[in-house]
Design a protein around this ligand. Structure first.
Ligand SMILES: [Zn+2]
Length: 212
């Protein structure tokens, strides 16, 4: 692949190995020839926007890099965007908050997840410069969600089985409704489900649901 070719990223299955084990520390020498941090981050941002998220981890599209991108949405920090390489969370607030979270890896599944409200984070940017930041509200939430992906875990592990089953049931009913609305029933419903999974449809409500 040459530099001016755009990478076509696809979301991979939540069962994929790369989403279920911690990513090793990122080192620049593991990038393929002709690729830079900036190039990877730019392509991930494009993919994130296409999928309708406000955060995307490299391993969600099958890339073995300990990094994620987040932001670029006008409703969050006035559109500030970050590419976070080797991210760390060095402090958590005792205060926690429950928010509705979604994940591009689990299309249209929303879970009420409780996490620390504020965090102090560290990461390096596309130039390798180290940043330490205090995050609160949505940026804090998005960072924590993506950070889970770095460690081979995700938001479904942070709720009870009861909560998870109930949310999945709600999602199943949503698909059923789509089926009822469609004239050719099952086949069409399957098509809709597939399209939702491929993120051709789907809704983003940035202030109420955080999809990352
Ligand atoms: Zn996610």
């Amino acid at each position: 692949m040459t530099n001016n070719m755009k990478a076509e990223f696809k979301l991979i299955s939540p069962e994929a190995d790369i989403l279920n084990k911690p990513l090793p520390e990122f080192k620049d020498e593991i990038l393929p020839e002709g690729f830079t941090r900036t190039k990877i981050a730019e392509d991930l941002f494009v993919a994130m926007k296409q999928f309708g998220g406000i955060g995307l981890s490299a391993n969600q599209v099958g890339l073995p890099y300990r990094m994620f991108v987040m932001g670029g949405h006008q409703d969050m920090e006035e559109g500030k965007a970050r590419a976070c390489w080797n991210p760390e969370i060095i402090e958590f607030s005792e205060e926690t908050i429950q928010l509705s979270e979604g994940c591009l890896t689990y299309p249209l599944l929303f879970l009420q997840v409780t996490r620390p409200k504020k965090i102090k984070v560290k990461y390096t940017d596309n130039d390798g410069k180290e940043w330490t930041e205090d995050l609160d509200h949505m940026p804090s939430r998005v960072f924590q969600h993506e950070f889970d992906h770095m460690n081979g875990t995700d938001f479904t592990k942070l709720v009870s089985k009861f909560k998870l089953d109930r949310a999945k049931e709600k999602l199943r009913k949503l698909y059923e409704q789509e089926k009822k609305l469609a004239p050719k029933t099952v086949q069409l419903a399957k098509k809709i489900k597939r399209e939702i999974e491929e993120k051709k449809t789907g809704v983003i409500k940035p202030n109420t649901d955080i999809i990352v």
